[in-house]
Ligand binder design. Structure first.
Ligand code: BES
Ligand code: MN
Ligand code: ZN
Length: 495
């Protein structure tokens, strides 16, 4: 998809579909709608006074081959009452109008919703509009025999902007949103792949492709190298599967010389059966999404490279499949991680923290300024926060603030949970340094407590994306979250 800003009056737009929003309490056309109204001989003013046409939120009024304009279709969309129009309503309007335009077979869109006054700054409107457009246009139908009815692909979208010029805030917003959308698409495509295709080796190949396409430095460790490093926890998860594990290392070097990097760590469990502590059958297919943390780290690194961010970023993705094979780890097994800590595996379904603890131990060697891990770690997080907020836990208040802020800015929000030392005792093991589960109470917190044992002395935060990484039900599919949060965080963080 190609995105651009456009500065033309709507009457002069040569495009397939022109999208324009109208409020339900609007009496007469203003701004771009007034310009279009003049070209259409007063048609919009007439429609605004019509009974039965109230331009309530989501109402779509397509005008085909309107005389006086260069567009094939002018698509009017109702915005509801102007006083209650919110940034979320803005996103919904962009999504609904784009979907409708695609159903009309739009190949190019010119979108005037970006000239509205909400959200209040133009750069922000452009960013959100681009992300909503990319979301509406996203398809994953590689495995469908017959192409969808409206297979004509939308190729170009222009967003109307009032301010001309190079390197304006609006231009920068467009570029940042484009890179974010590209990172999200990569993450979604990887996650939506079926688990028989998206294996640890497949994830590693996807990462290696980012060398040529994005100029990232990428290395992949195989089992022997991990054994040498002493990654006993990660290897214990991998040992029940015929798929061999990979440890993926990506580096974006945005500055010459040495700068303490930000290290992003992403859980890459390409399928989580639970292992010997087998999961129930219902919805187990969704455990193909257990690599969404890893996929979002690939997406964020791709975005950082695309934007040539002037800072160092390292991505680490431990990739394994959690299966109950004959060689699988048992409940009761004690393993030793890379940092030399012994772990009693009481439940093989708490595998994410096992692979992450080795990756977090590995992260130390970069002497990072911050470590952020991303993982579909606990069902408990879905119970606590549902599907709107990502769970955030951290040992550093300023890092937590940076992530909350990046989430609020990008609309990809997180919510902090406590990581008080009182919770740590739930992880006591009679036989090892630590147990891998902490009982029913506060499952998301005790999972983070487990990880915190491997990040002592580091500025570290953990994002639990179990509720936000994918949608269930009718619109099943990966969401691309938290690529927007991570990309914004990398954009904001200069030192
Ligand atoms: N990948 C799951 C977490 C998960 C479950 C994410 C459902 C999204 C939806 C993770 O590996 C897991 O199984 N966690 C266990 C931990 C428990 C055994 C302490 C869980 O949440 O039940
Ligand atoms: Mn599990
Ligand atoms: Zn898992």
């Amino acid at each position: 998809m190609r995105y651009k800003l456009s500065f033309l009056s709507p009457a002069r737009q040569h495009c397939h579909t022109l999208i324009l929003g109208l409020y339900s309490d609007q009496r007469k056309p203003t701004g771009p709608s007034a310009e279009l109204d003049a070209a259409l001989g007063g048609l919009i003013a007439t429609l605004l006074g019509k009974k039965g046409l109230d331009f309530h939120e989501g109402q779509l009024v397509p005008l085909h081959e309107p005389r006086g304009t260069a567009a094939k279709v002018v698509l009017l969309i109702g915005l509801g009452e102007s006083a209650s129009f919110s940034p979320a309503a803005f996103q919904r309007a962009v999504t609904a109008a784009t979907r409708a335009a695609m159903e009309h077979g739009a190949t190019q869109i010119c979108n005037y919703l970006t000239t509205l006054e909400t959200p209040k700054d133009a750069a922000h409107r452009i960013k959100q509009a681009l992300l909503a457009t990319a979301d509406a246009a996203y398809r994953f139908d590689h495995y469908k025999g017959t192409p969808k009815k409206h297979a004509t692909r939308l190729g170009q979208v222009h967003f109307a902007s009032a301010r001309r010029g190079r390197n304006t805030a609006e231009q920068r917003a467009l570029r940042e949103a484009e890179a974010t959308a590209e990172g999200m698409q990569l993450a979604r495509d990887l996650a939506n792949q079926p688990p028989n295709v998206c294996t640890p080796a497949y994830l590693a190949r996807a990462a290696l492709r980012l060398r040529a396409s994005h100029g990232l430095k990428v290395r992949v460790l195989e089992r022997a190298a991990m054994r040498k490093l002493g990654m006993g926890a990660l290897l214990a998860v991998a040992q029940g599967s015929r798929q061999t594990p990979r440890f993926i290392i990506l580096e974006h070097r945005g500055v010459k010389g040495s700068q303490a990097p930000i290290v992003l760590v992403g859980k890459g469990v390409t399928f989580d059966t639970g292992g010997i502590s087998l999961k129930p059958a219902a919805a187990m297919d969704e455990m193909k999404y257990d690599m969404c943390g890893g996929a979002s780290v690939l997406g964020a690194l791709a975005a950082a490279a695309r934007l040539e961010l002037p800072r160092s970023v390292v991505g680490l993705v431990p990739a394994v499949e959690n299966m109950p094979g004959g060689g699988a780890a048992r409940p009761g097994d004690i393993v030793t991680n890379m940092a030399g800590k012994s772990i009693e595996i009481l439940n093989t379904d708490a595998e994410g923290r096992l692979i992450l603890c080795d990756a977090l131990s590995y992260a130390r060697r970069y002497k990072p300024s911050r470590i952020v891990d991303v993982a579909t770690l606990t069902g408990a997080c879905v119970v606590a926060l549902g599907h709107h907020a990502t769970g955030l836990l951290s040992n550093a208040d300023n890092l937590a603030e940076e992530l909350l802020e990046a989430g609020a800015q990008s609309g990809d929000r997180a919510w902090r949970l406590p990581l008080w030392e009182e919770y740590q005792s739930q992880l006591r093991s009679p036989f090892a340094d630590i147990a891998n589960i902490g009982g029913r109470a506060a499952g998301t917190i005790t999972a983070a407590c487990f990880l915190s044992r491997f990040t002592k002395g580091q500025k570290w935060a953990h994002l639990d994306i179990a509720g936000t990484a994918w949608h269930s039900g009718k619109r099943k599919g990966a969401s691309g979250r938290p690529v927007p949060l991570l990309t914004q965080f990398l954009l904001n963080t200069r030192s």
